[in-house]
Write a protein that binds this ligand. Structure first.
Ligand SMILES: [Cu+2]
Length: 268
C-alpha cells in the first residue's frame, strides 16, 4: 500500500511539474517595457518554489513508503517536535518570502508610485458592468468633469461616463470602445469603476490593477510592440463578467494621431 501511495504522489508531482517546465499553458509574449523584468521575477520565484515543491513531495512519498509497513501493534512514539528545526525552517521561509518581495517590489512600485512621464498618452479607463470605456482628453489635454448623477450606462459612450456637457473641457473629450495607443510611448492609465470592483488586465502588457468605485487610480506602462492585445476583466463582477473584454490596439504615433483626429472629427 505504501509503495502504491509513493507512486501516486510521485506521478502527480512529475506530471504537474512537467506542464510548468514545458510551459504548456503559459503567458502570451510580453509586449511592454516592463514585461522582461516581470517575467524574470516570475521565473525566479517559480524555479525556487518548484525545487522546494518537488523536494517536499519526494520526501513525502519516501516517508509514506518507509513507514507504511509497521504493524498496528507497534506503540507509536509521541513527539513534541523539534524546536531547533522549527526555528530553522521558519527563518528560511521568512527570508525566502521577504527576499522575493524585496526583489519584485521595485518593478511593482515603478508602475504605481513613480508618476507618469510628461508627454505620456493619457487614457481614462472606466469599468462598467459589463464593458470598458476609454476616454482621451482631446487637444486641450484636460479631461472634462464627469458627474455621477449624469452617468447612464444604458446609453453607452459619453453619456455612460456622465460627461458634463456644460464643462468646456469636456467638449473635446473622446470616448471609445477600444483602447488605441502609440507604441514606445508611456501610457498613463487613470482607472475608474462605475458600479462594482473590476480588474483591468492586459496579459500581454503584464498589466493588472483593480478599478474601484470612487477612486481614480493612476498607473502607467509602455507598449513596445504594435498589434491587438486582449483586455479582460479579472475580477468577478457579475453575471456578464465573462464577456467583459476589450481590445488594446498599439499602433505607430502617426496612425494614433490620425485615429484620434478622426474620432475628434466624428464628434463635431
Ligand atoms: Cu468587470
Amino acid at each position: 500500500m505504501g509503495l502504491v501511495l509513493l507512486c501516486v504522489i510521485w506521478i502527480i508531482t512529475f506530471v504537474s511539474t512537467y506542464f510548468f517546465i514545458a510551459k504548456t499553458w503559459w503567458f502570451p509574449v510580453g509586449a511592454s517595457a516592463s514585461a522582461a523584468a516581470l517575467d524574470h521575477q516570475f521565473a525566479v520565484t517559480f524555479i525556487i518554489m518548484g525545487i522546494i515543491f518537488v523536494a517536499a513531495q519526494l520526501a513525502l512519498g519516501l516517508f509514506v513508503w518507509r513507514y507504511s509497513g509497521q504493524s498496528s501493534s507497534t506503540r507509536a512514539d509521541y513527539s513534541h517536535g523539534n524546536l531547533k528545526l522549527e526555528i530553522i525552517w521558519t527563518t528560511l521561509t521568512a527570508i525566502l518570502f521577504v527576499g522575493l518581495n524585496l526583489m519584485g517590489s521595485p518593478i511593482w512600485a515603478a508602475e504605481r508610485f513613480r508618476p507618469a512621464v510628461d508627454g505620456a498618452t493619457r487614457v481614462e479607463v472606466t469599468g462598467m458592468q459589463f464593458a470598458w470605456y476609454f476616454r482621451y482628453p482631446g487637444p486641450d489635454g484636460k479631461f472634462g468633469i464627469a458627474r455621477p448623477e449624469l452617468e447612464d450606462p444604458s446609453a453607452g459612450g459619453e453619456a455612460a461616463l456622465g460627461l458634463d456637457p456644460a464643462d468646456p473641457a469636456s467638449k473635446d473629450d473622446v470616448v471609445t470602445g477600444i483602447m488605441e495607443v502609440p507604441v514606445n510611448r508611456e501610457v498613463e492609465v487613470i482607472l475608474r469603476a462605475h458600479d462594482v470592483i473590476h480588474s483591468f488586465f492586459v496579459p500581454s502588457m503584464r498589466f493588472k490593477q483593480d478599478a474601484v468605485p470612487g477612486l481614480a487610480i493612476h498607473m502607467h506602462f509602455t507598449p513596445i510592440e504594435t498589434g491587438d492585445f486582449e483586455i479582460t476583466c479579472a475580477e468577478l463582477c457579475g453575471l456578464g463578467h465573462y464577456k467583459m473584454h476589450g481590445i488594446l490596439r498599439v499602433v505607430s504615433q502617426d496612425e494614433f494621431d490620425k485615429w484620434l483626429a478622426a474620432r475628434e472629427a466624428e464628434k463635431q
